[in-house]
Write a protein that binds this ligand. Structure first.
Ligand code: PXP
Length: 242
């Protein structure tokens, strides 16, 4: 696959800023519309157990009011499953979640939690929701995703983003190898976490990757250049890499 790489814009941190004051501004819905105008292919939102950014009301409004497909990031809990089944978003990305973490700090252990994850993958799939598993780019995790029957995996690029030089080259190779393995097994590979203008191009050049999900950097950059320009510039870098 070497076609157009899709960009999912994660709007969680618009809600983080809104929630700092408890009012309605800035509105994540308005951000979703701006991202759409700037060429985003999808909107991603993580409804966390503690509702620290995106709220249930945001998910209601995103489902009702945006035209782009919604990728709902969720922990594998009964509460989140029932919310996903009620809304039936285009996709659900199952992520690990720990209350004390600042962000999703590592991939899901699909291999270690195989039995616990199986019913979630099954019930979401039965509801025609495209299941994605947010995993580390490793052979063992891709193999577990294959056995779980997930149609999509998203590789956690956090480690790639946080190291430099030779170590970064090693991480990039892990992502490329895992993407090739996923594709060979009929799974569509995506990637995300910690991607910026400075580090996105080598990841976007991995030919099997079909989608990148990017949030924190785009929302931060929007403070300086506006959200539409921030998304457009990322879109341009991704297109150049192909
Ligand atoms: N993909 C997934 C599954 C995520 O959980 C997140 C946010 O943690 C992202 C992508 C986007 O990461 P970032 O906000 O660092 O761009």
């Amino acid at each position: 696959m070497n076609g157009r790489l899709r960009l999912g814009v994660n709007i969680d941190h618009v809600a983080t800023i809104r929630n700092a004051r408890g009012g309605p501004h800035p509105d994540p819905l308005r951000a979703a519309h701006a991202a759409a105008r700037a060429g985003a292919d999808g909107i991603t939102a993580h409804l966390r157990e503690d509702r620290r950014h995106i709220t249930d009301g945001d998910i209601d409004r995103l489902m009702a009011e945006i035209d782009l497909p919604l990728n709902l990031e969720m922990a594998a809990t009964e509460e989140m499953l029932s919310i996903a089944l009620r809304h039936r978003p285009h996709a659900a990305c199952i992520v690990p979640e720990r209350r004390e973490e600042r962000t999703t700090e590592g991939g899901l252990d699909a291999a270690g939690q195989f039995d616990a994850l199986q019913p979630f993958v099954g019930r979401l799939t039965d509801a025609s929701i495209r299941v994605s598993l947010f995993i580390e780019p490793s052979e063992a995790q891709v193999a577990a995703a294959v056995r779980l029957g997930a149609p999509v995996v998203e590789f956690h690029t956090g480690r790639y983003a946080h190291v430099e030089g030779e170590e970064r080259a090693v991480e990039l190779k892990r992502i490329a190898d895992a993407a090739a393995l996923a594709t060979k097994n009929g799974i569509e590979p995506h990637a995300g976490h910690g991607l910026t203008y400075d580090n996105v191009v080598p990841v976007a050049a991995v030919p099997q990757l079909a989608e990148l999900n990017i949030g924190h950097f785009l929302i931060g950059e929007a403070i300086f250049i506006g959200l539409e320009d921030s998304v457009r510039r990322m879109r341009g870098l991704m297109d150049q890499a192909r």
